[in-house]
Design a protein around this ligand. Structure first.
Ligand code: 13P
Ligand code: SF4
Length: 353
C-alpha cells in the first residue's frame, strides 16, 4: 500500500505549560471591562467570542453588541458585521477563519498562542499527501484546522452542519475523506452511513469524558438528560439524548423538559446555558478528574488563555493581528465560503418548511 495512503498515527499534542491567568480582584475586573468597552468604540471594533472563553469576555461581547456563539456563527457574524476590526476571543483557527473570510478587516486576538489539539493533530505537511493519495474522495475538514489544511479541502464544516453536509454529499454519491476529529467523523458515519475515511485526531477536552463514569452519574440522576458535543467518544455519545454543536446544546438545554442536565462539553458553556435555561440544574459530565488523570478536566487550556488583561492590551496596542498568506487564504476561502453558503441554504430551507 502507498505509504501516504495510510492514516497517520495520532500526533502527540503538547498542552500549554503556563497556568491559566489567575482570577483578578473585583475592582481590577471592573476597571478592565470599562476600558475594553471604551476601546471597542474608539477602535470601531467588535468582539466575537466563543462559549468556552472566560465568562467576563462572553458578557462583554453580549453587552457591546458583539456575539457569543459556536464556531459557525462566529464566522458568519464576523463576516456580516460592518466593524473594521474583529476581535476574536477563542483559538487560532477561529481568528484565521475570520481573516480568510474578511481580508479587508483587521483581525486581532487576545493571544496568538491559543491552539486547538485538532488543528495541531492535523499538520498540513502530513495531511496534504494523505489527500493526494485519495483523489477519489471529497475532502471535508472541520473548521478546527489551519488555513493550509482548509486550502487543501473541498469543504469546511462545523459540528452544527456536519451531518447535513455529509448527507448531502452522500446523496450525490461522493466518498469522503474526513479530518481531523475521529469521534465526530465516526458519529457522522454512524448517522449517515456515508463512506468516510477518518483522520486520527481528538479534542483534548471531549476525549476525556468517560462513558462508564457517565453511566454511573446517570444512575444517580435517572431523570437527568445527557447532552453531548459530538467530539466526545462513542461511549459518551451512545448515552446522549441530544448530540450537537455548542449552540445546539444550549438550545436543547432550553427545550428539553428535564430539570437536570448532564453536559458533556467544555464547562465554559455553563454561563450561556444557565442564562438560556434558568432554573435548570447543570451537571458536568465526568472526566477522570477525581483520579487526577485528566489533562484538560473539561476546560480547554487554550481557550483559557483569553483574559480581560490580554484583551485590553490588544485593543490598546493593535498587537496580535492574524495574518494568512494571501495565496493560502484565497485557496482556503473556496471551501470556507462553501460552508457559509451551505449553512445559509439550510437556514432558508428551514424557514421555508
Ligand atoms: P462548536 O462549533 O460546536 O462551537 O465547536 C467548536 C469547538 O472547538 C468545540 O470544541
Ligand atoms: Fe480544540 Fe477541543 Fe479546545 Fe475546541 S475544546 S478548541 S476542539 S482543543
Amino acid at each position: 500500500m502507498n505509504q501516504r495512503a495510510e492514516i497517520p498515527l495520532p500526533i502527540t499534542v503538547k498542552l500549554p505549560t503556563e497556568p491559566p491567568p489567575p482570577p483578578l480582584p473585583e475592582k481590577e475586573r471592573a476597571r478592565l471591562q470599562e476600558r475594553i468597552k471604551r476601546l471597542l468604540k474608539e477602535r470601531n471594533a467588535v468582539l466575537v467570542a466563543h462559549y468556552y472563553v472566560d465568562e467576563d469576555l462572553q458578557r462583554l461581547a453580549e453587552e457591546t453588541g458583539g456575539c457569543v456563539s459556536d464556531s459557525l456563527e462566529m464566522a458568519r457574524f464576523g463576516h456580516d458585521h460592518p466593524a473594521r476590526t474583529l476581535i476574536v476571543a477563542g483559538v487560532r483557527f477561529m481568528g484565521e477563519t475570520a481573516k480568510i473570510l474578511n481580508p479587508e478587516k483587521r483581525v486581532l486576538m487576545p493571544t496568538l498562542q491559543a491552539e486547538c489539539s485538532l488543528d495541531l493533530g492535523c499538520p498540513a505537511n502530513l495531511f496534504i499527501p494523505f489527500c493526494d493519495a485519495h483523489p477519489d474522495r471529497q475532502v471535508v475538514v472541520y473548521s478546527n484546522t489551519s488555513a493550509e489544511v482548509k486550502a487543501r479541502a473541498d469543504w469546511v464544516v462545523t459540528s452544527s452542519i456536519a451531518v447535513k453536509l455529509i448527507e448531502h454529499l452522500k446523496s450525490r454519491g461522493e466518498k469522503i475523506l474526513w479530518a481531523p476529529d475521529k469521534h465526530l467523523g465516526k458519529y457522522i458515519q454512524s448517522v449517515t452511513g456515508a463512506d468516510m475515511l477518518l483522520w486520527n485526531a481528538t479534542c483534548v477536552v471531549h476525549d476525556e469524558f468517560k462513558g462508564e463514569l457517565l453511566a454511573a452519574l446517570k444512575r444517580q440522576h435517572p431523570d437527568a438528560a445527557i447532552i453531548a458535543h459530538p467530539e466526545s467518544p462513542t461511549a459518551v455519545l451512545e448515552q446522549a439524548e441530544v448530540i450537537g454543536s455548542t449552540s445546539q446544546l444550549i438550545a436543547a438545554a432550553k427545550r428539553l423538559p428535564n430539570k437536570q442536565l448532564i453536559v458533556a462539553t467544555d464547562r465554559g458553556i455553563f454561563y450561556k446555558m444557565q442564562q438560556a435555561a434558568p432554573g435548570k440544574i447543570l451537571m458536568a459530565a465526568p472526566t477522570a478528574g477525581e483520579g487526577a488523570t485528566c489533562e484538560s478536566c473539561a476546560h480547554c487550556p487554550w481557550m483559557a488563555m483569553n483574559s480581560l488583561t490580554n484583551l485590553a492590551e490588544v485593543l490598546e496596542t493593535g498587537a496580535n493581528e492574524v495574518h494568512v498568506e494571501e495565496a493560502v487564504r484565497v485557496k482556503a476561502l473556496r471551501a470556507t465560503q462553501r460552508m457559509l453558503d451551505f449553512a445559509a441554504s439550510i437556514r432558508e430551507k428551514n424557514h421555508g418548511d
